[in-house]
Design a protein around this ligand. Structure first.
Ligand code: IYR
Length: 230
């Protein structure tokens, strides 16, 4: 990547669409995204590497603070490392479900059917661990800050989920907590903080998902002012 240190404007290659085409695309995109579900049971069927690589490149088109692109995607496809990650994640999750999570949180998770066992950490062909780079260490060994790191990485994570879904792959935004073990197992440097773990693959044959509903537009959109409470 070439880094420019001055403002060097170039023409923006903007594609202006007809309004009818915009309307058609917006409906099509909404229909496609509405079919996305988080999946907790994965088939071990292999997935071409190029699909993972392109999804990561797509994620990396996300905007970021000062264009620092403060993310690093570590892809795990080695069975032994996956097993190590599963064991460490289940150890932490056991403590979470056995008392570290308050009752209210456990109640909120009940309809999602989550639990301590994480077989998907071994069955999914890939575990993609997204790290946030809180700062960068230059070639001179100097540390430079990044900006809006978690906003930036969150947006990249969203792009990644979208890129996988639109090519027909399933994932889960898995949040082992605490997840410092990922840095240790994967031997990552000190400037990287684990952010999310995505198992990626095809859903297991006959896979079920929880019956959930999404909020209606009226519950998530207010034009200009919130509804009058009185
Ligand atoms: N990380 C735990 C618990 C969990 C938390 C939330 I918030 C979820 O939406 C789902 C699960 C787990 O993965 O089971």
């Amino acid at each position: 990547m070439r880094v420019t240190t001055e403002y060097r404007p170039i023409p923006h290659e903007y594609e202006r669409l007809d309004e009818s085409e915009m309307e058609r695309r917006s409906a099509e995109l909404l229909a496609a995204l509405s079919r996305r579900r988080s999946v907790r049971a994965f088939s071990d069927e292999p997935v071409p590497r190029v699909l993972i690589e392109r999804a990561i490149e797509s994620a990396s088109t996300a905007p970021s603070g000062a264009h620092r692109q403060p993310w690093r995607f570590v892809v795990v496809d080695d069975a032994a490392i996956k097993s190590e990650i599963r064991a460490a994640a289940e150890k932490e999750e056991q403590l979470n479900y056995d008392g570290r999570m308050p009752k209210e949180w456990l109640d909120a998770l009940k309809p999602l059917g989550t639990g301590i066992e994480k077989p998907f950490l071994e069955s999914a062909p890939y575990l993609v661990v997204l790290f946030a780079q809180t700062h960068v260490i230059g070639d001179d060994g100097e540390s430079r800050p990044n900006y809006y790191v978690f906003e930036s990485v969150g947006i990249a994570a969203g792009f990644f989920i979208l890129a996988l879904h639109l090519v027909g792959l399933a994932t889960l935004t898995h949040t082992p907590s605490p997840m410092g073990f990922l840095r240790d197992i994967l031997g990552r440097p000190k400037n990287e903080r684990p952010y999310l773990l995505f198992p990626v693959g095809y859903p297991e044959e006959g896979c079920s998902v929880p019956e959930i509903e999404r909020k209606a537009l009226a519950e998530i959109l207010d034009w200009n002012r919130p509804p009058n409470e009185s």
